[in-house]
Design a protein. Sequence first.
Length: 413
Amino acid sequence: METVILAVVIAVVVLGAISGLVVSGRKKKQLPPSPPAAPSAPATPSVTAPPAEPHVGEEAEAPSDEERRTIEEVGLPEAEAPAAVAEPEAPAAPPAPAIEVPEPTAGRLVRLRARLSRSQNTLGKGLLTLLSREHLDDETWEEIEDTLLTADVGVTPTQELVDRLRERVKVLGTRTPEDLRALLREELLALIGTDADRSVHTHNGIGTNGDEIPGVVMVVGVNGTGKTTTTGKLARVLVADGKSVVLGAADTFRAAAADQLQTWGERVGARTVRGPEGGDPASIAFDAVKEGIAEAADVVLIDTAGRLHTKTGLMDELGKVKRVVEKHGPVGEVLLVLDATTGQNGLVQARVFAEVVDITGVVLTKLDGTAKGGIIVAVQRELGVPVKLVGLGEGADDLAPFEPEAFVDALIG
Ligand code: GDP
């Protein structure tokens, strides 16, 4: 009997133990993972050391919900950033967008050829048609002249071209379409120039302290010409060519400019140095180059303000931006952005900017929307510097290195 009771007791104990194990095992699965032992307080980003933006090729870690809440509660609005010197990092890093791979730059103008030929039809094809007339009388030559002037080629270059064409057509005698096309191609190329160095100078410079510094490119131009867009597109051109880029948002007068530039930068993994709205553009430009040096970036692109209504203010400011950047080292390139659709007005702008800073290259935007491609000739003459890039649309990769041959070929197709 005792043995039976003992057996029953043992069975009950064993069963109890087994069921206890199962229950505690289930409970364990339902428990959240134990908190880490080390930190005693939640991670609160400090005002002085905000989370950094992603570096080139690096995935940014998005803040957790809790961290985001903390940032909001602590309240780090942009306006409260120190007014004098712009901190490179934005207070709260948004989740990193996917980094895009821009199109290669080689052959972009050929790819965009259709847009050019569509918009410049009256110039190239118009000239060919006129030259193909059976009788090239004075009236026809006047029409040729008008076609060139309407396309904004400018008075002197137009006269030069017409004189050359008249002379050569006379010598040619019989005019086959092929002959005429070849002749016009040659003369248009001579007018635009094929010898100029049209590369954007982005090679490293030697800093004032004797060390290598990134290539520095300043982008200047009147608001609305496409300056910020062009700076963003140029970042893509450089990234496509395998360079690392830092952007400086020194257009602090147009409210959305810094956001716009930062978005362009994020798309290709380039950091944007920015400051408070209305802040000192020169100090942002200075910090951008400082950041470029710290990151050992290849190129620093600086977008500048473009208000023209206060010419003296603009002059002082752009000159100052350049001088302050030069405390680090040389500015390798000053690109003037001109809107091709503005015609003669664009030339006036070019003159004003050239008084302020030494322009080293021109970017002609919106060539897709105008028949006034002749402005290329006029602006090169006006400033004595080459057109280096052309904008042919609003797409991210619609900025192309300017190649005279591809341009003329698109014109006379
Ligand atoms: P900013 O004030 O000079 O910085 O001008 P934005 O960069 O904001 O550009 C003004 C407008 O011009 C924007 O709508 C751009 O998309 C547009 N834009 C810029 N470049 C081109 C171009 O090459 N072609 C066309 N069609 N639009 C352009």
